[in-house]
Design a binder for this molecule. Sequence first.
Ligand code: SF4
Length: 318
Amino acid sequence: MGRRSNGAVVFASETCALDLIEATYEREVYPGEVLVVDKDGVQSLCLMPHREPKSCIFEHIYFALPNSVVFGRSVYESRRAFGEILATESPVDCDVVIAVPDSGVVAALGYAAKAGVPFQQGLIRSHYVGRTFIEPSQKIRDFGVKLKLSPVKAVLEGKRVVVVDDSIVRGTTSSKIVRLIKESGAKEVHMRIASPPIIASCYYGVDTPSPEELISNRMNVEEIREFIGADSLAFLEIDSLKKLLGSDSPNYCYACFSGKYPVEPTGKVKRVGDFVDDGLNGSIGSIDGGWVQGKRIQEGNRDSKQKQKQEEEERVPI
Ligand code: SF4
């Protein structure tokens, strides 16, 4: 909740929206709370007894923009600290630190600063490519990784690279990223993940895949390292994350890292295939060469395809 200089009370899910309209952030809306704003001011009603708050830690890891303050903490400062912890607890000799843009950038800056190694833009995300999950075939979705993330050879060639990402979900995206970096001539690729391993699905509204699809639910860190093809892999330790949050730590939900749900999910099941990926997932084999293979029209159905095309061209638009 925020307030503009003319007294108007405004609400937004992230404080960065308040900055845009020059409103001052006042406070969070509490769980189960209803705020009624009328000519008499702001009235707080609670429709149910206050449960202890369990805020989603993923807001700090991935969802929120870094210029927001979420649950009373700066998202930028959280992510930078995640990177610093990784550099302290999981150091490795390297020449350059890069990020998987955009959500890995601030943690990578923290890692680089702590490690005393330059941060460079080794992967460029194209903001001009639309979401590829609407594309009809998996192969076209897989091609999305090359459209969305372009490696910078000048940064990577011959280097020992630390690449920082916010999380690993199914592992397929990380495989592709490691491979892109290696294909650009990197000598070594060390992956650092600014969150603990995700072992359980979210039943509170976050679109995570079924537990069977979560790579950390099936493999240990060494097996994942091997799967993604990195020279080393380290995650943020959950205890280190909690230590950073200090006295706020009990107020967060960590169910996707622990499988311990603050409110037991009932009647909800996540099935394999429910999850819609964003084009960065899919099988690693299908990015070979980066080309989407066109299906040859078989001689037998060439005529019918041509006929169909002709009919489509002749169709009068309504
Ligand atoms: S399960 Fe994970 S994603 Fe869902 S609310 Fe808890 S911390 Fe957030």
